[in-house]
Design a protein around this ligand. Structure first.
Ligand SMILES: O=C(O)CCC(=O)C(=O)O
Ligand SMILES: [Fe+2]
Length: 263
């Protein structure tokens, strides 16, 4: 794994070491204070671009172009709010997805399947263990976002999103977010409306670097990818693990997310 992950800087292969304990502690502290942690240079120099290049032919010909209008909740009705409330405003998302079964031989698959990576993520997220998905499509996705496209405002349905940027766009492509806008007992619909209107001064942006590992707690933090500008695609790998083994999407879910199914 040393050829892909910088194990000198991030000793995932030495879970008993003091350096590992320090790293996990730092990630946990960043998650608590910022709602995310970011490890620049997680992949060795050149690996992220090599992974983006390896994915490019299939991306150009076989990726699923997902274009849809949705609100931050991905739901048509939400209890406690009328359908015409400004928090229910629909926005447009466009991107292009390759699934794990289209990424054979890509380093992102090696990283996903390397058990110490899942163990490290579990430790940082305060989980006992995280399991790979039993889903040949969903476990790892590589998403390309092109000139004028973006993943629009949403709350994540899972607690954490784990990504590594493989290729940055020339402009745009920042992760924009408003930390802890809602909580379990306060939906803060007016706050959601303010973020959508671009009127929340606490909204921040992170420009991820290629090769950086990013773990983001997006369940109460609305976020989007700022529309990409220019001829270079933004390309990102997204890794999915679950707290129980054997999780997979149904054929209908695969069809909805990817336009085809192997379940
Ligand atoms: O592409 C990104 O940086 C964020 C991805 C994201 O928000 C998601 O997959 O839910
Ligand atoms: Fe998200």
């Amino acid at each position: 794994m040393n050829q892909f992950i910088d194990l000198e800087k991030y000793p995932l292969d030495r879970p008993e070491s003091a350096e590992y304990a320090e790293l996990v502690e730092k990630c946990q502290a960043d998650l608590a204070s910022d709602g995310m942690f970011n490890l620049p240079g997680f992949l060795k120099p050149g690996v992220a671009q090599a992974a983006a290049d390896a994915a490019k032919p299939a991306m150009d010909t076989d990726s699923f172009r997902h274009a849809r209008r949705h609100n931050v909740y991905f739901r048509d009705t939400v209890p406690g709010i009328t359908d015409d409330h400004p928090a229910m405003k629909k926005v447009e998302t466009v991107n292009h997805t390759l699934c794990a079964d289209q990424l054979a031989g890509n380093p992102v698959i090696d990283v996903y399947e390397w058990a110490p990576f899942a163990a490290f993520l579990a430790a940082t997220k305060g989980k006992e263990k995280l399991y790979q998905m039993a889903d040949k499509m969903a476990c790892v996705n590589v998403q390309a976002t092109r000139d004028g496209e973006g993943l629009n405002w949403h709350f994540d349905r899972s607690e954490f999103t784990t990504t590594i940027l493989l290729q940055a766009s020339q402009a745009g492509g920042q992760l924009e977010f408003r930390k802890d806008l809602r909580s379990a007992d306060d939906q803060n619909f007016d706050g959601v409306a303010a973020v959508l209107a671009g009127e929340d001064p606490e909204t921040k942006q992170l420009m991820p670097e290629p090769g950086a590992l990013n773990v983001f707690r997006g369940v109460n933090t609305p976020h989007r990818v700022v529309p990409v500008e220019g001829p270079t695609d933004r390309v990102i790998a997204i890794f999915s693990y679950y707290e129980r083994p054997g999780v997979g999407f149904s054929a209908e879910e695969q069809q909805g997310f990817y336009g085809r199914s192997v379940a």
